[in-house]
Design a protein around this ligand. Structure first.
Ligand SMILES: Nc1nc2c(c(=O)[nH]1)N[C@H]1C(S)=C(S)[C@@H](COP(=O)(O)OP(=O)(O)OC[C@H]3O[C@@H](n4cnc5c(=O)[nH]c(N)nc54)[C@H](O)[C@@H]3O)O[C@H]1N2
Ligand SMILES: Nc1nc2c(c(=O)[nH]1)N[C@H]1C(S)=C(S)[C@@H](COP(=O)(O)OP(=O)(O)OC[C@H]3O[C@@H](n4cnc5c(=O)[nH]c(N)nc54)[C@H](O)[C@@H]3O)O[C@H]1N2
Ligand code: SF4
Ligand SMILES: [Mo]
Length: 739
């Protein structure tokens, strides 16, 4: 290595696996990116997307200065000009139309950015608008609702304790490709292999024989959207065959009798036809789950983004409880994050539970869940006139024009706004509609702590990445930008001293939470600022923290910084009842809202399968809509293909590489055909996040192979009624050859 060569550690911000990487640098140049073998959590794993960190840093299309739209064209602007423009445009809208006229949209990368995650609440408070939307309602809100009702806080999600498990039932998830979701588990492949080597078994339920199914012991096709029937068949069998064993959890659980009564009619024999899995298979799987000492059921996108998303998410954990595997070694366990987890805060063992439906959306009257409305309501809130209409929008690291159903309607709604601000690193399908774009930093220029994913991790740990490269002095960190917008919204002016404002807000917070000790804590946090200071505060007052010197051996940010490959905090430990925050202090196995929703299932018992339905698909070298501009990831075989079974291809007259028209009512897309028996007959699979052929973007690589937009086919009004999550899977379509 030359003199200036150095290695920086960085947690990869691209997906939930949060791999620890080593960035080899010479001056400002990135020479190489490798896995950090010493990383206490990911232990030398990475995937091909890691190289994207270099390409993203160097991407000439990535925005480096603010843009302001003048006479329909974007022009580069200074930060001061951009903030002044926001102030000039936003304040009159708030003054004239009120707080709810300003909506915000948060996208997926927010959960990988500590600055955005920790400072968005300050912007939300300053705006005071009920119109908050995020990618959660295209994703995991059904799981948040079910665990919220059962365990008392939105993110108390049990994850498989894979290193000690002997049986894993994976439903509607493909961790071999996605690298895990709501389950932070780098190197799923290695862990699955180790599991099988010690005699463990993995069974996958999916309408496609996925990469995960390939490394599993068994795979069963399931009719898309029919998981609820399968899961009810499993729960029925547990009672029918007297396999229910709550073990240690019996005294901490209420609602078992209600579940027994509710599932009586859902025999596997009745469910088989509807879900496509034979009754004896359902019974066999229930027995395996119940009789294997260390086992867990895990479900993800396929079980959430469908019309029974909340019921499926709930039943998965009902099974974990009834089989005695919840909160047990080798079962589905609750991580204990070192900072920020609601289930480690305040009084342990009980709490206020979760409350939803405090207000309803203006047009469709849908309830807020966890403080947000379904993102599929955004377009109607903008394009439906009347009091309370959304007139301004702030998008933060989100691309809903591609990621949400019926982007065409949303795109034209965005053009009707009086003002739109995008905090984004690209001029893309969504940010092209903005009046001002504020770019974030390259991930290599910012510090990182995993605020969210430590709450879903297969093992407890704490890691911190300092910035690998210095940022341009003129470029603020994202927490600073978002806080400045908050100050603007409060009428404090765009010129405010942001560090002083941050101090003042923290002082207020501390006075509320720590009372007399607040001045002392404030002093102890010196000289940190911004997001980093929030991390230090949360760590030191968290479950492993030094409690500001009361426990000198406890955790501080300095201790984590001194361990560049992270600190291991041990395997997951049983946490019930301590992790509960329900009002009863019990696991609420049978929340009324979920029991009531079974009426929909009863009414749907005999619905016949449509000729063809469409489902989504994720791919290793792609991440939602925004990594298609990175050459190393974009190259290779064409990926945005419509994958279907040879029998369907033959029946529909489709040929490999030919074009198919896919229709849903009057919506239509054209996609290239790929034929494979890995698909369940009657199901076509297409990735999402493509369709980079819209005008006015600056994505030169992505535009060369734009792909087609799956969401252009989907109906924004189809939702899981309980959670409001969009239905993205199992939608009936007509497929025909394009002649
Ligand atoms: N049909 C179908 N649709 C789906 C899904 C599906 O399975 N099927 N999946 C859904 C899921 S799970 C999700 S999470 C959503 C994702 O939905 P979105 O979050 O709306 O989409 P992304 O493609 O992740 O867009 C991320 C945006 O953040 C920007 N960005 C990236 N890094 C940064 C940064 O550091 N700072 C800032 N300010 N911006 C940044 C990118 O340029 C991009 O505009 O898509 C959903 N849509
Ligand atoms: N490489 C890569 N990794 C990613 C992402 C990415 O875009 N690319 N996105 C990230 C994000 S935002 C998320 S949320 C996670 C998602 O993580 P996962 O949920 O693991 O991701 P998917 O690959 O979408 O897996 C969903 C599976 O559900 C199946 N499926 C579809 N419909 C149904 C159904 O009705 N029932 C059942 N049982 N299965 C069904 C699909 O065939 C697919 O195999 O991945 C994250 N990681
Ligand atoms: S699996 Fe790949 S994209 Fe995900 S965190 Fe690891 S290196 Fe990054
Ligand atoms: Mo997601």
């Amino acid at each position: 290595m030359t003199e200036q060569a150095r290695i920086a550690q960085r947690i990869c911000p691209f997906c939930e696996a949060c791999c620890g990487l080593e960035i080899e640098l010479e001056g400002n140049k990135i020479m190489r990116i490798r896995a950090d073998k010493a990383d206490v959590f990911s232990a030398g794993f990475l995937c091909p997307k890691a190289i994207g960190l270099k390409e993203l840093h160097e991407d000439p299309d990535r925005l480096r200065s603010p843009l302001i739209k003048r006479d329909g064209k974007f022009v580069a602007a200074t930060w001061d000009e951009a903030y002044a423009e926001i102030e000039r445009r936003l304040l009159p809208i708030i003054a004239q139309h009120g707080a709810d006229a300003v909506a915000t949209v948060l996208g997926n990368p927010v959960s990988h950015k500590m600055g955005l995650l920790l400072y968005f609440p300050k912007l939300a408070k300053a705006l005071g608008s009920r119109n908050i939307y995020s990618a959660s309602t295209l994703d995991q809100i059904p799981k948040m609702l079910s665990v919220g009702l059962m365990f008392g806080s939105w993110l108390t999600v049990p994850v498989p304790d894979i290193e000690r498990s002997q049986f894993l039932l994976i439903i509607g998830a493909n961790p071999m490709v996605s690298n895990g979701s709501m389950w932070t588990v780098p190197d799923f492949r290695g862990k699955a292999k180790a599991m099988r080597e010690r005699g463990g078994k993995i069974v996958v339920i999916d309408p496609r024989k996925t990469e995960t199914a390939e490394v599993a012991d068994a795979h069963h096709f399931i009719r898309p959207g029919a998981d609820v029937f399968f899961l009810l068949g499993l729960v029925h069998t547990l009672f029918d065959e007297k396999l229910v064993r709550l073990g240690r959890l019996a005294e901490h659980t209420v609602g078992v009798e209600q579940i027994a009564a509710a599932v009586q009619e859902f025999t596997p024999e009745r469910m088989a036809q509807r879900c496509g899995i034979a009754a004896n298979q359902i019974r066999e799987l229930a027995r395996s789950l119940a009789t294997t000492e260390r086992a867990a059921v895990y479900g993800r996108i396929g079980t959430c983004t469908q019309e029974y998303g909340s019921l499926c998410s709930w039943l998965i954990d009902v099974i974990n409880v009834l089989t005695g595997h919840l909160d047990q070694e080798g079962g589905a366990m609750f991580p204990k994050a070192a900072a920020f987890a609601a289930n480690t805060r305040s009084h342990s063992g009980s709490g206020r539970g979760v409350i939803s439906g405090r207000h309803h959306s203006r047009v469709s009257g849908l309830p807020e869940i966890s403080g947000e409305f379904p993102i599929t309501c955004l377009a109607e809130e903008i394009d439906t006139p009347g009091a309370g209409q959304v007139k301004a929008l702030i998008t933060i690291a989100g691309n809903p024009v591609l990621s949400a159903p019926n982007g065409a309607r949303l795109a034209s709604a965005l053009d009707q706004l009086d003002f739109m601000l995008s905090m984004d690193i690209y001029l893309n399908e969504t940010s092209r509609h903005a009046d001002v774009i504020l770019p974030g930093l390259s991930p290599l220029e910012e510090a990182h702590y995993d605020v969210t994913f430590t709450q879903f991790s297969y093992r407890n740990h704490a890691r911190y990445s300092p910035p690998a490269l210095a940022r341009e002095r003129s470029q603020p960190e994202e927490w600073q930008s978002i806080l400045r917008i908050a100050a603007i919204a409060r009428g404090l002016g765009s010129q405010i001293d942001i560090d002083a404002y941050d101090d003042a807000l923290l002082e207020q917070d501390l006075q509320r939470s720590a009372g007399a000790a607040s001045a002392q804590i404030m002093a102890a946090l010196q000289p940190l600022r911004g997001a980093e200071r929030q991390v230090e505060l949360a760590l030191r007052s968290g479950p492993y923290g030094d409690q500001f010197t009361q426990k000198p051996d406890g955790l501080t940010l300095a201790k984590i910084k001194a361990a560049p490959s992270g600190l291991d905090l041990g395997a997951l430990q049983p946490r019930i009842p301590e992790a509960l925050r329900t009002t009863s202090g019990k696991i609420e196995l049978a929340p009324q809202m979920l029991l009531d929703d079974l009426a929909r299932v009863r009414a749907d018992l005999d619905t016949a399968a449509p000729d063809m339905v469409i489902v989504g698909r994720r791919q290793l070298r792609s991440n939602n809509s925004w990594m298609h501009n990175l050459p190393a990831l974009a190259k290779g075989h064409y990926r945005c293909s419509a994958l279907l079974h040879p029998d369907d291809a033959q029946r529909l007259g489709l040929i490999e590489g030919g074009m198919a028209q896919i229709r849903n009512g009057d919506r239509m897309i054209t996609a290239q055909v790929e034929i494979s028996s890995e698909m369940m007959p009657g199901v076509v699979s297409l990735p999402h996040g493509w369709g980079h052929d819209l005008p006015g973007t600056q994505l030169s690589v992505a535009a060369q192979r734009p792909g087609v937009n799956l969401n252009a086919l989907l109906d924004e009004n189809l939702r899981d009624p309980l959670s409001g999550n969009a239905v993205l899977s199992g939608i009936a379509v007509q497929v025909s050859a394009l002649v």
